[in-house]
Design a protein around this ligand. Structure first.
Ligand SMILES: Nc1ncnc2c1ncn2[C@@H]1O[C@H](COP(=O)(O)OP(=O)(O)OP(=O)(O)O)[C@@H](O)[C@H]1O
Ligand SMILES: [Mg+2]
Length: 305
């Protein structure tokens, strides 16, 4: 197991009176070796804070964190971790190449080895051409790519990527997506956060959903999606809205859609709805599961909490 986080609690003290604010209430999840783990949740849920705690960048109030079976604080661990921060670019007067050299230096890499590593990474992320441009003149996509390169500078086994796709156009997202998959193929373990559901779907083996500082769902992506794949949409032709009366007693919503009628309902009444529709001799155009987005799930879960 690469990472095991158990019942993590984090309080911040804010403001003049150092008022205590609990940001992480109960965060438990684990990342297996060699997998891509997606940490998803709405803004302010505590993703970045959890990552910072895992990296040892902030103290924790309670709970435990183990990386590769070792408790946090083991100095050896830092060598094995690559990190793409959410807002990484304090040093925006540096060029892309200088940033990589600087970060390599922090990891104790130097001389010919550093040169080789920097060349290779600039090539890998497609930034060789713009290596001498200052970061402040990079586009968002270029920043994300150079950011990923600096996360790879120490060739760590464990990559922690905070919103690696944020602000990228579809092509940029796909490029980062491919780079991350390539890292997985090379045997790395990846923990990433993202709001972008289809990226998470394309990439992640397992997912944790964090809401208001609590991990409310965790598991294999397929299982999680199955869970939220409960609604169906049945498209009918040759009927009008008066069909509602004849479906009386069934919990459906009804909408006009391109001259047809769409019925939406839950899994458990699917047989009843289909039977009734058959009896009414309505023309069935399609029956499709409606996958709720994770965002929808977040809203649901947030309402609950
Ligand atoms: N240094 C800090 N002091 C006080 N509160 C903080 C601090 N850092 C974060 N917070 C609060 O902790 C909560 C969680 O923030 P965090 O950045 O972890 O969320 P996130 O899930 O990464 O959100 P986003 O999707 O917007 O990046 C927020 O309410 C934030 O205001
Ligand atoms: Mg964040």
């Amino acid at each position: 197991m690469m990472l095991k986080v158990r019942n993590l609690i984090k309080d911040y003290k804010t403001g003049f009176f150092r008022k205590k604010v609990r940001v992480l209430h109960d965060v438990s999840f684990s990342v297996n070796e060699g997998e891509i783990y997606g940490f998803v949740g709405p803004n302010g849920a505590g993703k970045t804070t959890t990552f910072k705690a895992v990296l040892g960048f902030c103290s924790i109030t309670g709970g435990s964190i183990e990386i590769m079976g070792k408790p946090l604080g083991d100095a050896e661990l830092r060598r094995h971790i690559g990190y793409l921060p959410e807002n990484p670019y304090f040093y925006d007067y540096l060029t892309g190449e200088e940033l990589l050299r600087y970060m390599g230096g922090l990891h104790g890499i130097s001389g010919g080895q550093l040169q080789k590593r920097v060349e290779g990474l600039l090539e890998k992320v497609g930034m060789s051409k713009d290596r001498r441009v200052q970061l402040r003149n990079y586009s968002k996509g270029m920043l994300q790519r150079i950011g990923l390169a600096q996360a790879l500078i120490n060739d760590g086994d464990f990559l922690i990527l905070d919103e690696p796709m944020s602000g990228l156009d579809p092509i940029g997202q796909r490029e980062i997506n491919d780079l991350i998959l390539e890292q997985k193929r090379e045997g790395k373990t990846i923990l990433l956060s993202s709001h972008i559901l289809y990226n998470v779907e394309a990439l992640c083996d397992r997912v944790g959903v964090i809401i208001k500082g609590r991990v409310v769902k965790e598991g294999e992506l397929g299982e999680l999606l199955k869970e939220i794949q409960t609604d169906y949409e049945l498209l009918l032709d040759g009927v009008d809205e008066s069909i509602r009366e004849r479906l009386d007693g069934l919990d459906i919503t009804l909408e006009n859609k391109a001259g047809m009628v769409a019925l939406r309902f839950n899994e458990d009444i699917k047989p009843a709805v289909l039977q009734r529709v058959m009896e009414l001799k309505a023309d069935i155009v399609s029956l499709q599961p409606r996958r709720k987005s994770l965002e929808e799930l977040f809203v649901e879960e947030t309402m609950k909490s």
